[in-house]
Write a protein that binds this ligand. Structure first.
Ligand code: T46
Length: 141
């Protein structure tokens, strides 16, 4: 059973998984069907030391879904009021992160590979990288 998240604009997404004992497994996701937006960008994060932390920002507009294809990664979420911490470790279970959600990734274990699909092209202006700016923006909403 997937954990219920208190942070707004976040929820788990379970993708179809075709298990095949003889040939191995296959997982897939379709835009607007399993992924709730049209995918404009993908990127993946790997070779991260288990002692290092990434993220530590929110997005003004971009929505994303994160999947840990290999290993495991802890994700901390904060909507300005509520906080959650979850672990991604199954390649068919992702987490949707909507806009204005402060997120950090840590505890990358066993050569983790974190795949991200995003609703927007990369734009640095879409990031809020200062926590106090994020906090005051959420209070104005
Ligand atoms: C996020 C979390 C989950 C690009 O030029 N294009 C891209 O599409 C991305 C994602 C990054 N970059 C550049 C920007 C920085 O110069 O790559 C560099 C590293 O990015 P950043 O420090 O933001 O990486 P993370 O791991 O802290 O955050 C990344 C994403 O940037 C972010 O949107 O939500 O993963």
């Amino acid at each position: 059973m997937l954990k219920h998240l208190r942070t707004k604009n976040s929820y788990f997404i379970t993708l179809p998984l075709k298990s095949d004992k003889k040939r191995g497994d296959l997982c897939f996701g379709e835009a607007r069907r399993h992924i709730p937006f049209v995918i404009k960008r993908i990127y993946w994060i790997f070779n991260v030391s288990s002692k290092k932390q990434r993220g530590g920002h929110a997005h003004k507009k971009t929505e994303q879904v994160l999947f840990c294809l290999k290993g495991s990664v802890r994700i901390k979420l904060d909507d300005g009021v509520n906080k959650d911490a979850i672990i991604l470790s199954k390649p068919n279970i992702g987490i949707f992160l909507g806009k204005m959600l402060w997120h950090s990734m840590m505890d990358f274990k066993n050569n983790s590979v974190l795949l991200v699909v995003a609703s927007e092209f990369f734009k640095e202006a879409d990031y809020i990288r200062d926590y106090n700016t994020f906090k005051s923006a959420t209070q104005k909403q």
